[in-house]
Design a protein around this ligand. Structure first.
Ligand code: GLC
Length: 427
């Protein structure tokens, strides 16, 4: 049964984006997520560029206005007080002029800014605003390698599952067992008031999320200390691939705008990162895997994190293998791309990042596959993404087996990605 008339999808998507726009920044969805989220905003800006270029630049500028002095760009900016979300600013205790969280999120900004720049009708405005953002994004990239790759391996680690943006992925399960739960403050989750508990992370996971936050807070959020002090250090291929892609895009943009030093620094990170990524390849799974930096071992968990590297310039044969892996998964799921391999017994079709389809992830995969000439599978993912919208509306994520909408509704980044998918089908 269709809930949205296909010819009205564009207008609906714009309506969702505008309704979540708080003026200067956009919330992911009302209720469940009442603040500004880092990677959500970068995807949102790409969506906004379809109908309001000026507003799109502002979305990213607002995010970077809250960059930390050391270069980190926080994963949440708590612009206005709301008690509808846990953990709020008092739990993070980061002592910033405008409250923020103390961890980061996937580095989508470099990619997003290049995209805004390339398609800008107002070339003068685009050059001016991109040029002002360049050193800020460069500082963030520099921060990543200085603080999250202390031994210079070429790959950065995440220290909290929320940094990957894939909160409760199966990828973290084993390492997460090592995170204690003793001594955490009593807390009340707010997410369960807005979403079905069966679609969300578990209580034990929340306790560990919180333990890490309290631990980092006790270290004064000093990024020079956090990496080595964290019992959770995961090298996620997807997270790294996004950073590598953004570094490549930032380098191109820097060349265009006459910032040679930024271009050189980012190109070096790209070549070191791509070389190091190869150590995460799994022949058995036909995709990349995470590495647990505390044990040095690859994590036996075939998630979307290991498919995402197609978004970066990985070798052609790897991209081909990944396309075949997605085709295999497509035979087991009605909608693609599931966030975890359905053949894995741990797969859960409705639980957040343990199986459901997310449109932002599909978008990055499609972009990468198209660049490699894997057009048939790229088109199939695009079609699947738009079918989910007509069947189930602009949900946060979807059950790959049934297409059922899950999590929050009228979701900003889903709407933004729909505008991109529509553009792809039109060209
Ligand atoms: C959830 C997602 C994360 C996203 C946030 C806001 O925490 O896991 O990736 O940024 O919601 O949409």
């Amino acid at each position: 049964m269709s809930t949205i008339d296909p010819s009205k999808i564009f207008d609906h998507a714009v309506e969702v984006l505008k309704e979540n726009d708080q003026g200067g920044y956009t919330v992911p969805t009302k209720g469940l997520y009442p603040f500004q989220w880092n990677w959500d905003s970068c995807f949102t800006a790409i969506g906004q560029s379809h109908y309001d270029e000026e507003r799109a630049w502002t979305e990213i500028e607002t995010l970077f206005a809250h960059q930390w002095p050391d270069g980190m760009v926080p994963h949440i900016v708590f612009h206005v007080y709301s008690d509808g979300y846990f953990p709020g600013p008092d739990v993070w205790g980061t002592n910033r002029p405008v409250a923020t969280s103390g961890i980061t999120q996937p580095a989508v900004a470099g990619f997003a800014v290049k995209r805004l720049y390339e398609r800008a009708a107002d070339r003068g405005m685009a050059a001016r605003r991109a040029k002002a953002l360049l050193p800020k994004i460069e500082a963030w990239h520099r921060w990543f390698y200085a603080n999250r790759d202390p031994k210079g391996e070429g790959l950065v680690a995440i220290l909290h599952p929320w940094e990957a943006g894939r909160d409760n992925s199966i990828d973290w399960d084993e390492a997460f067992e090592r995170v204690p739960t003793e001594g955490i403050m009593p807390f009340t989750r707010r997410d369960l008031q807005h979403a079905d508990p069966a679609h969300r992370p578990t209580k034990e996971q929340y306790e560990r999320y919180l333990w890490l936050v309290q631990h980092f807070r006790s270290l004064g959020w000093d990024n020079a200390k956090l990496h080595d002090a964290s019992p959770f250090q995961i090298v996620d291929p997807g997270f790294n691939a996004i950073l590598i892609r953004s570094s490549a895009d930032l380098a191109d943009l820097a060349d265009t705008l006459g910032e040679a030093e930024i271009a050189v620094a980012n190109r070096e990170r790209v070549s070191a990162g791509l070389a190091a990524l190869e150590s995460l390849w799994s022949v058995r799974h036909g995709q990349y895997l995470c590495r647990d930096r505390t044990t040095g071992k690859l994590v036996e968990s075939a998630s979307i994190g290991g498919i995402l590297p197609v978004f970066a310039q990985i070798p052609d044969d790897r991209a081909r293998e990944i396309a075949r892996t997605i085709e295999r998964q497509a035979a087991a799921a009605k909608f693609i791309v599931p966030s975890h391999d359905p053949a894995d017994l741990r797969f859960e079709s409705k639980r957040y990042w343990r199986g459901p389809v997310w449109l932002v992830i599909n978008y990055m995969i499609v972009d990468g596959l198209q660049a490699r000439g894997e057009t048939a599978i790229a088109e199939r993912i695009t079609r699947s993404s738009l079918d989910l919208i007509t069947q189930s509306g602009f949900a946060e994520y979807y059950d790959p087996m049934t297409g059922e909408p899950c999590g929050g509704r009228r979701f900003t980044w889903t709407a933004a990605m729909v505008l991109e998918f529509l553009r792809m089908t039109a060209s």
